[in-house]
Design a protein around this ligand. Structure first.
Ligand SMILES: NC(=O)c1ccc[n+]([C@@H]2O[C@H](COP(=O)([O-])OP(=O)(O)OC[C@H]3O[C@@H](n4cnc5c(N)ncnc54)[C@H](O)[C@@H]3O)[C@@H](O)[C@H]2O)c1
Length: 367
């Protein structure tokens, strides 16, 4: 498609992420760049359809994706899937059948079979499948990438990613606010919900893909819910280990990430980033070794408290647009979204089998 073309999109699911994140970002982009227009929205909940019509008075509103796709045939370039994960695959298949590109919220799917079929369908239909891996677009996360690229901390050897939440993320109240705690909608708890963000960041920072995972999880409210609220995993990479700690029962909302390299380290606590770089000293090589650390502290506003992450969406959409334009149907991001699903599935298996280490194979042959 030409660079200047206005992409006509439809959003399926007008809930929290699309109402507070995607749609405001599309409207801003339509106003400033002018290369996208949301012309239709589908939501199965009548109250949400009314909200959608208020937000986008000119958009055509439908009660489900089938009706939308039938009525909008020939009038769309892409579908933005913003429903709970249980329906991502079926909506993506219907969109590919109609020759549309697909921007899909994470997690890509709730089973590995569905994830695989989505890759295959994108390739066969020659349409782009692109996941919303938006944490890569957080300013402080971009800075981590820049520091690793600069060589300041040398080769990365281990990382830790801690995500603290005082509750499970809630959906809009008009539909089913606790769907993340109900396996039939979510396919899993915090690992399914937040695991993708954690795992694609490990791929990026380790500069490699993991070969195995071992995991443990718990559910502190089994009488109410059937998904986990705490999840810990260790990922084995060819060049080191990554440790993930995800909790919905924390006393605070924040992320704490550390990236340990052979010459230094990065520590991130929400917006606060500390870079420590080793300097050799001429002192005796005892205890911690003959080094001292040059420490630099920065604050990089990244809007962590805004769960819609609206400010991270525009550059993500640019990547999706570019992939579609360059006919990259199943690119790196899509393959990484598949790897995330494999990791989540194998981590669940590990947790069920007393933390047995489970192998990871990566995308099917041919990708
Ligand atoms: N990338 C991020 O940072 C981020 C943040 C929040 C949510 N998400 C993802 O966005 C998706 C939606 O989450 P949310 O928090 O917005 O949930 P939500 O409950 O607030 O919204 C879901 C909406 O989808 C509608 N819906 C449900 N099933 C549907 C279907 N089959 N067809 C059409 N509409 C349907 C509901 O009526 C509701 O309005 C999930 O995949 C979630 O993981 C991503």
């Amino acid at each position: 498609m030409p660079n200047t073309k206005v992409l006509r999109g439809a959003v399926v699911g007008y809930g929290f992420i699309s109402g507070k994140g995607h749609i405001p970002a599309y409207l801003e982009r339509a106003r400033t760049v002018g290369d996208v227009e949301i012309v239709a929205i589908a939501d199965i909940c009548a109250a949400r359809r009314e909200e959608a019509q208020r937000a986008l008075p000119k958009a055509r509103i439908y009660p489900d994706h089938e009706t939308l796709l039938a009525a909008e045939k020939g009038k769309l370039d892409f579908i933005d899937i913003s429903t709970p994960p249980c329906d991502h695959a079926k909506i993506a298949h219907a969109a590919f059948d109609q020759g549309l590109h697909v921007l899909c919220e994470k997690p890509l799917a709730t089973t590995l079979e569905d994830a695989r079929s989505m890759l295959e369908h994108a390739r066969a239909a020659e349409r782009t499948l692109f996941p919303c891996h938006n944490y890569k677009h957080a300013p402080v996360v971009r800075t981590i990438r820049e520091i690793i690229d600069s060589g300041a901390i040398g080769k990365v050897r281990s990382i830790t990613l801690n995500t603290y939440r005082n509750t499970h993320a809630k959906g809009v109240t008009e539909w089913n606010t606790n769907w993340r705690r109900m396996n039939q909608y979510s396919g899993g708890g915090i690992a399914m919900d937040h695991g993708s963000h954690t795992f694609y960041l490990t791929f990026d920072w380790m500069g490699a893909y993991p070969t195995a995972v071992t995991a443990k999880m718990s559910n502190l409210e089994p009488e109410k819910y059937d998904t986990e609220d705490n999840f810990n995993a260790v990922l084995t990479f060819p060049n080191g280990l990554a440790s993930a700690h995800l909790t919905w029962t924390a006393g605070v909302r924040k992320v704490i990430y550390t990236v340990q390299g052979e010459k230094g380290a990065i520590t991130v606590d929400d917006d606060d980033l500390q870079l420590a770089v080793m300097e050799r000293t001429s002192g005796p090589d005892v205890a911690q070794g003959a080094v001292r650390w040059k420490v630099e502290k920065r604050s990089i506003a990244s809007d962590w408290m805004d769960a819609s992450h609206v400010s991270w969406f525009n550059s993500l959409f640019s990547q999706f647009r570019e992939a579609a334009q360059n006919r990259v149907f199943v690119g790196k991001e899509a393959l990484e979204s598949y790897r995330c699903i494999e990791l989540i599935m194998q981590a669940y298996r590990s947790a069920r089998e007393n933390c047995r280490e489970m192998p990871l194979q990566g995308p099917p042959a041919g990708y």
